[in-house]
Design a protein. Structure first.
Length: 400
């Protein structure tokens, strides 16, 4: 039976265009909604419509669109983007299924597709008893194929998308991007960072080597991006520095005196906010400057496997920490935050009482997450998009 799909804003790539082609080839109706110039450039050959109104009118517009199209399904990338915020309540009122794409919970080689929402809005169970009860019925983790993903191709599409936004700006006078600053600033920061990449790698390698040679007891704190929806919408922190300050304050008061703290910046951090300086300034004020390290690169598996514990907001690095059997505490809403996998007590107590995760529970959880929400592919390369589209179609047909 054919369905009527509405495709809202996708990634800065041809993923939604290729997905629309696949849906139409299976006999489904498809309409793509464009909110900005980048959407226009990447909308493909399906039927499309522009939304040029204000955010205040968007919910009513969605309601009319769903009625007029007889919509059965709506697809979008990132359920916290401003243009997507009104969708859930309107879709529920009209009986429309919501499918949300996001970067993979499991990386690399996977993308996320969930019904209703992702991350803090995910409907995945957080009850360890549920996983123990269903352990025997959850398929094992399948082998993933490499997608060919590379950062250069992703950056090319992102720049092209942003340029199109500028070219078509008058056509979409009310559009406000979910990105916190303009592309020129972001890419200037990334370019500056790339110029010093080898120096940062050497520094990170030296810090890591020193910690390992000294058999130091250290905790790892992977930082996220300030603009990450996980931080903005699914945590109580106003930004990454507020999180870092919370961790530093607790560490200074409660962590054993022979332990160290290692902050690692996000690989895509533009450096427009100097987190390193902020961390060291506060560490010195708290009297622990000599016990704190800040690195902007480094081999994450090595850092994780030798750490005494890991502190995150809700980063996907948390899953890597669990994979490496490390004690973990999540200070924001995370799909993996549950008894038996993460520390459920206070941060002050984590430094001395954090324990390793239940391996069997973790393996069952990971198998369920991949079976229900992950698709082998990526959003940016030809090979990865082809794999992802094929996986999405198989997933949709499996659930009919």
């Amino acid at each position: 039976m054919s369905s009527s799909f509405i495709l809202l804003q996708g990634t800065a790539s041809f993923f939604f265009a290729q997905l629309a082609n696949a849906l139409q080839a299976r006999g489904h109706g498809v309409q793509k909604i464009n909110f900005c110039g980048g959407d226009v450039v990447y909308s493909g050959s399906c039927e499309k419509q522009d939304y040029v109104g204000s955010s205040a009118d968007l919910a009513a517009w969605y309601s009319e669109l769903f009625k007029r199209r007889g919509a059965t399904d709506v697809m979008l990338f990132g359920d916290c983007r401003p243009v997507h915020v009104p969708v859930h309540s309107v879709a529920e009122a009209h009986g429309v299924r919501v499918h949300v794409f996001e970067e993979g919970y499991v990386r690399p080689n996977w993308i996320t597709l969930e019904q209703f929402g992702v991350n803090g809005r995910s409907l995945l169970s957080r009850d360890p008893a549920w996983f123990n009860q269903h352990r025997d019925s959850i398929p094992p983790v399948p082998e993933s194929r490499h997608t060919g993903y590379n950062l250069r191709e992703r950056a090319y599409h992102d720049i092209r998308y942003r340029l199109a936004n500028a070219v078509y700006a008058r056509r979409f006078p009310h559009y406000a991007s979910h990105r916190p600053c303009n592309g020129a600033l972001e890419y200037a920061g990334l370019a500056y960072g790339m110029a010093g990449a080898s120096r940062r790698e050497r520094h990170a390698a030296n810090v890591t080597s020193t910690l390992l040679v000294q058999r130091a007891h250290y905790y790892l704190v992977p930082l996220q991006l300030n603009s990450d929806a996980q931080v903005v919408h699914h945590s109580a922190f106003a930004g990454v520095m507020e999180f870092a300050a919370t961790v530093l304050d607790s560490f200074a008061r409660c962590a054993p005196s022979d332990t160290a703290l290692v902050f690692k910046s996000h690989p895509l951090d533009t450096g427009l906010i100097d987190h390193r300086r902020g961390v060291f300034d506060l560490a010195r004020k708290l009297g622990v400057g000599h016990r704190v390290h800040f690195i902007k690169a480094g081999h994450l598996p090595t850092l994780l496997s030798h750490s005494r514990g890991v502190v995150v907001i809700n980063s996907t690095v948390g899953l890597s920490a669990l994979h490496h059997d490390r004690p973990l505490i999540a200070l924001g809403a995370a799909i993996y935050d549950m008894p038996g996998m993460t520390w459920q007590g206070a941060l002050d107590d984590f430094w001395t009482s954090g324990s390793s995760p239940d391996r069997e529970l973790y393996q069952t959880f990971l198998s369920h997450v991949i079976d229900q929400t992950q698709i082998n592919g990526d959003f940016y390369t030809r090979s990865g998009i082809a794999m992802a589209v094929s996986g999405v179609m198989n997933r949709l047909e499996r659930r009919k």
